[in-house]
Design a protein around this ligand. Structure first.
Ligand code: DGL
Length: 266
């Protein structure tokens, strides 16, 4: 029997929906509240100090509001920057995203992988440590892009994505030295799996695109199995948007991902 319970899924915007979809597939009975910190996006351009100052308090407020059994930080930038601080502020278990460097390194035949994240994530010590621990013997190319976050937001707000925009973002990675050897790309931002079709269409060489969504879903399932759950709450899954980014197309997107009510927290 799969656990029921209630999870709060958090990101700066729609990126965490790529994780929420995986969690829903693994835990169909789980109630989910989604929270998007629209007003402070993009996180990838914020300093470590800014994120450490904002995230513990915001997550505490959201947790008080939603009363979940577990919190999933479905954001690489937040996880690689402020997971310790967020955990210290909350009294429920907190799961973070770990960029999928280990599986990418194991899978690469050319032993040349790229880590495509936000500019913040690819600079973090956390990512250096993962590379040292799990990508020994691999060449690792780090590529930060904040525009891809915006492009994913546009796509999920109903705008058409121009493949030329994606090619421009990927060009430094693939046309740089050793770019032709890259055979695995770690999608180290949860917005990027939402662009997987466009990413695939924009490169000619054979590349595997690896994200952490399924691994987080499995981790969430494991952690939830060990919890004494709060009494079940009835009601729809809700998306809480911190800010006024509530165009009809964007609200539709949250509904399509199963969040039947969308509430703007101003
Ligand atoms: N989706 C986020 C991540 O995984 C953050 C994107 C941003 O706000 O820059 O890093």
């Amino acid at each position: 029997m799969r656990p029921m319970g209630h999870a709060l899924i958090f990101d700066s915007g729609v990126g965490g929906l790529s994780v929420a979809a995986e969690i829903r597939a693994h835990l169909p009975h789980l109630q989910m509240t989604y929270a998007a910190d629209d007003i402070f996006r993009p996180y990838g351009e914020k300093s470590e100090a800014q994120l450490k100052a904002r995230l513990p308090g915001l997550l505490w407020q959201l947790t008080e509001t939603a009363q979940p059994d577990i919190v999933v930080i479905a954001c690489n930038t937040a996880s690689t920057t402020a997971l310790t601080e967020i955990r210290a502020a909350l009294d429920v278990p907190v799961i973070g995203v770990v960029p999928a460097i280990k599986p990418a390194a194991a899978l690469s035949r050319t032993k040349t992988i790229a880590v495509l994240g936000t500019p913040g994530t690819v600079q973090r010590r956390y990512v250096d440590d993962l590379i040292n621990d799990f990508a020994d013997g691999c060449r690792v190319i780090l590529q930060g892009s904040v525009n891809l976050v915006d492009i994913a937001e546009k796509k999920l707000s109903g705008e058409t994505v121009d493949i030329g925009w994606i090619k421009t973002e990927l060009a430094p990675m693939f046309s740089g030295r050793h770019g032709a050897d890259i055979d695995a790309v770690v999608l180290a931002c949860t917005h990027f799996p939402l662009l997987k079709d466009e990413l695939k269409a924009s490169v000619t060489q054979s590349v595997q695109w690896i994200d952490s969504g399924e691994a987080i879903a499995k981790r969430t399932e494991d952690v939830m199995r060990g919890l004494v759950l709060k009494p079940a709450r009835k009601g729809p899954d809700v998306a809480l948007l911190v800010g006024p980014d509530t165009t009809p197309a964007r609200i539709r997107t949250f509904k399509d991902f199963g969040f039947e009510r969308v509430v703007a927290l101003m």
